[in-house]
Design a protein around this ligand. Sequence first.
Ligand code: SF4
Length: 699
Amino acid sequence: MSQATLHTPTVRTTCPYCAVQCTFDLHVERGLPVKVTPTKDCPVAHGTVCKKGLAALNDLRHPERLTTPLLRKGGELTPVGWDEALAYVRDALGNLPPERIGVFGSGSLTNEKTYLLGKFARVALRTPHIDYNGRYCMASASAALNRTVGYDRGLGFPADDLIRSDLLLLVGANVAETLPPLMQYLKGIKDRGGIIYAIDPRATTTSKVAGRHLAPRPGTDGILALGLLHLMKQWGKIRPTAPAHGMTQVLAHADDYTPARVAHDCGLTEADVFALGRAYAEARTPLILTGRGPEQHTQGTDTVQAWLNLAFLTGHFGKVGGGYAPLTGQGNGQGGREHGQKNDQLPGARSLRDPHHRAEIAALWEVSESDLPQPGYSAQELLNACGDPAEGGLDALIVIGSNPVVSAAGAGQVTQNLRSLKHLIVIDFLPSETAGLATLVLPGSMWCEEDGTTTNLEGRVQRRRRAVTTPGAAREDWRILCDLAAALGRPHGFTYTDFRALQDEFFRATRGGKADYSGLSAERLDRATAQWPVKNASGPDTPHVYAPPFLTPDGLATLHVPQLRAPSLAPRALHLTTGRLGNQYQSGTQTRRNPALKAEQTVQIHPDTAREHGLNAGDLVTLRTAHGQATAPVTLTPGLRRDTVFIAFHWPQSANLLTDPEALDPHSRMPGFKTTPVTLHPAHLTLPLPTRPTLSPVS
Ligand code: SF4
């Protein structure tokens, strides 16, 4: 592996986008990376990449790149020096009660920044209110795994094990567009004679490659899993992975889910349910992988639980090539949910509620355990509290590496809430729509301008290496957080001599936690990547984690009875489901600006449904839900269910104007991005849209 530095022509690093975390060599000329070469020893992609990775350098010196702090003066964001910017922070936040300040982080941050952000919130700001956009990603899968086996590590095995499955169920996971290098594993499974089912309301490239496609109604994936468990019980296929709590209740509950009921609720045929059941019963190593399709629901945790129960009770959970696993989406979605930017978490996936964990981290941070706040708001609750003058409301918010004005549910309400804040401080490298509402914008670092580590979708820790320095007055994000702590008069614990001092503290902070990285160092990661836990410097890493005894108080798993209802629709309403496009990433702050990643916002509608509504391809259609409306051109999509409409969420003032900011999963606090009742209206028949909120100024 290259050990290149700022002065050498190639630097080995990782992609800024999805959780595959493809490794690249960046070729540097005259101080700037000019070319990306995928590396064959990438443990997941094996030398493949997707368009996003190959085009990632296009935004590096984008004309809109933020290179100086911007302070709102007279309604305009105005360039200022760092001294003035930090004086603003001191005056703005220094006089607020801590509980009126929020922090909103990101699953794109490196592990070290994730760690530092959690420490900054709890030690420098002393606020309980920190959470992050990963709450919108795979929080439901994380919640289900944590409450069942005590921890979650996405794939609990190396990606190379995937081809050892003889039946792959991809549940709501369009990997061809979201995690393209994984398609080589689908090919590998088929080459070995395996069967692949894509379970998705839309026919996609993934479902074409899979060859078998079931399209249940949005929001009914978990009911399908209950139907499979019912059949496995009838057919004598129950042989649990290990003794566990709750098995009797879960099996009894499945009795109600007959194939007839399941077919009715899911909008499938009984023959579909039986065929899938037979394939599962006959497979030696059936593997269930969930994506955001079954997870981004207000009953997402119980939906995942239904699939997890099925894998566990049929003896496949933890088996090489079989079982259950979620596919992480965001670049550092895995590490981002382990090291303290979640509202209830301390580094190493410790619990902020556990007195022992609090004492361990308080000692490391040289603060009193009683000074650490208790858990605060989750992501959507945090945004919902912004600008509320009543008790429990927030007056100030710091956002780093995230664009909730586009990605949060109920984007219209969220926009108004952020406008109502006294202080909105955004740390970013491009002017996102959220930065456009800020009172202060601080120019931060892009992926190849910083060192650190990320953890990929199989729990593998890899180095991200700096290839170039930040432009203009932009600073590395970790330095900005330390500068903010100093401005607030709380520099203790934020005076690292260099990045390495922060990184070493981060690794130490995980020691003894479930996500233990304490055996890692930059030098070890230069020699080889490692899957956590890695408990000591000379010990091994842990490619396979999901084996009993589990990380629960008695070592046993606890299965939970899923509480699931099929969504109902009023007459003429359809299911609105949101999702991603292959050429775009998350809220599109980077990818919408990238000329190599062209994509257009459209509304995907089945041709029959379009005809019923008097719509043709290219017509503008207005989508209306109880939460808002949005207009975009129609794309006719024969592979989509007739009762379902699809819209991508990468654009502002669009998909998330339509989603509900209030209803949340009771366990994961996930909004229901995948099922919102919607009606369609040809735009020429609709009233003019309300004036779009402008992105500046903030009064
Ligand atoms: Fe690899 Fe994902 Fe980056 Fe594409 S976006 S190059 S799949 S890490």
